[in-house]
Design a protein around this ligand. Structure first.
Ligand SMILES: [Mg+2]
Length: 311
């Protein structure tokens, strides 16, 4: 009898151990662990338009940001990619400038600019986004994870006010290179006009070219950058656009549609690396907003899982 009780106990313990092992870490690693994905900055923007984004929910576990943020902060691949993109940007800008000076159309100028004008001979300009293009705000994302807080404008503004964002690899050097070529450097960002002061302080301290209010077109009311680009195009020809969100480049990408914008990108494939330079941002952006808007499902986690492709 005593022997039977011991054997039964051993079987029960083994059974418990098995259940515990199979239900632990794998599911946290392979999918967002929380039912709420944080409200990411809209259009790559720290200040999202209301109604355009998933709402912040009461349970603010931000663990879904861990891998993307770590990749941004700690992978040498990310660093290499930024150097690669900005080196490519230098080459493209120089080529486009040579064609511009020779009176030839800039690379792929058959694509209309936002002003609708063509063939004008104006001074050359380059247009750059700021967040996750030139400045690294990943400490804000890391803070979100550690504090279990979804994105909100007040916390974001506190981060901006610190003016502590570091430049991304190759970013300062690219703006100075463009400036040395005589190309006017403009920043078109959806940081709000109220964030102008600390943004200029932050960028000027790192030596970005033209870090002043006359070259910084921030968001007043509209997130779309079309009007601000058109304003620049009144007096300049934009030879190159640089951003981590496709909407930084053209209005064509603002509405992605059911194919997530793949068709528009395929159609413009020759513009990438010549007129457009895209930098990697796995942490947030229109790509994520688009998924959360369009995917079937009642929770954000369910929506994201529904979009995954398996085999
Ligand atoms: Mg950005």
């Amino acid at each position: 009898m005593k022997k039977l009780i011991i054997v039964t106990l051993i079987i029960m313990l083994a059974s418990c151990a098995t259940v515990k092992q199979t239900s632990s870490p794998a599911e946290d690693r392979s999918v967002p662990s929380a039912t709420n994905i944080p409200a990411p900055p809209a259009g790559n923007l720290p200040t999202p338009p209301a109604g355009n984004l998933p709402s912040a929910e009461s349970e603010d576990d931000q663990d879904n940001l861990i891998l993307a943020t770590l990749w941004f902060q700690k992978s040498a691949e990310m660093r290499a990619l930024f150097y690669q993109c900005f080196r490519n940007a230098e080459i493209a800008l120089k080529e486009n400038l040579e064609m511009h000076c020779a009176g030839k159309p800039a690379a792929d100028s058959s694509i209309p600019d936002d002003s609708g004008q063509a063939g004008s001979k104006k001074p050359a300009a380059v247009v750059l986004d700021i967040d996750e293009t030139l400045l690294d705000n990943s400490p804000y994302q890391g803070w979100q994870v550690l504090q279990k807080k979804a994105f909100n404008n007040d916390d974001w503004f506190r981060w901006v006010e610190l003016a502590r964002a570091k430049p991304l690899p190759g970013a300062v050097e690219f703006t100075r290179y463009a400036d040395s070529l005589g190309v006017e450097v403009f920043y078109v960002s959806n940081r709000t006009v109220g964030e102008m002061g600390p943004t200029i302080s932050n960028m000027a301290a790192w030596g970005f070219a033209n870090a002043d209010s006359s070259h910084m077109l921030l968001k007043e009311t509209v997130s779309s950058k079309v009007e601000r680009r058109a304003l620049i195009e009144k007096d300049y020809e934009i030879l190159l656009l640089v951003g981590d969100n496709l909407a930084d480049l053209s209005s064509i990408y603002e509405k992605r549609g059911p194919d997530h914008g793949f068709g528009a990108v395929d159609a413009d494939r020759r513009l990438f690396g010549t007129r457009y330079i895209v930098l990697p941002n796995p942490m947030y952006g229109n790509w994520l907003n688009d998924l959360l808007r369009s995917a079937p499902g009642s929770t954000e986690r369910e929506k994201l899982l529904n979009m995954l492709e398996g085999f």
